[in-house]
Write a protein that binds this ligand. Sequence first.
Ligand code: AKB
Length: 314
Amino acid sequence: MERILITGALGQIGTELTLKLREKYGEGNVLPTDIKAPEDDNLKGLPFEILDVRDMERMKGIVSEFRPDTMLHMAALLSATAEKNPQFAWDINMVGLMNALETAREYDLKFFTPSSIGAFGPSTPKENTPQVTIQRPTTMYGVNKVAGELLCDYYFEKFGVDTRSVRFPGLISHVKEPGGGTTDYAVEIYFEAVRNGAYTSFIDKSTNMDMMYMDDAIDAIIKLMEADPDQLVDRNAFNVTAMSINPEMVANEIRKHIPGFTLDYDVDPVRQGIAASWPNAIDASEAKRQWGFQPKYTLEKMTETMLEAIRNKK
Ligand code: AKB
């Protein structure tokens, strides 16, 4: 990767990805795009393009001007939002992906787009979920992610586009809060712990889901995109995770820093239903073996980092 175009650059991943890539590859070599202009001070005043990923002509126009060698296609609706408006989710998630793959094919770009643990469903093995296994998700988001994985494989096999992807778990960060995900509780809990000393979770106490700290997620994207293609047996998409946690586990860790922290529950049936259809803990050994995936953040280290960073925002 030398010159990189990012779609959905103002989202939870895109925001930090843009900052990190600009640091690593140089400001002029990274072009963030999103459907709206940035309000964030970090991105203001630097190169940026407005792009609705459903508009392929505009996408191609931006690529032919900027001439990247890599596209990181991050624009997507998350699981809970997609469930509220499945038709719109298909439009953004699938039409957007198809446009991005076509652009990558025409301009010979390396290509990354994230899949998710949402690509699994109730018939997938729940524990130690293998890299290759049953994928029959029951959400529109999951349907989009499985179709996306297959489409990326198709573009690699049929047209030789260098497509790569990971199945992200819930991602936890303090820079940009997520919107519309099932795993969002694991971000909100930290903000509410610092602001109010209390949190009401929409996910039930013993529901385990995979999670990862954002720094590890960004490192994973870079490492996978820089990996020697000859090492990659799988491509779309690798299981990656750093921890399998539930709300009680996060609360217990927070209490080591904020002893009076209280956790209540007001379970949202829609998001709880989605969570229940996902694995409890996936197996990331193929990502470790094929391209050296190695997350650094445990629940302990992530909790300490999150609480300190949020306190410093006040
Ligand atoms: C979501 O909850 O929708 C996302 C995901 C796990 O893909 N964070």
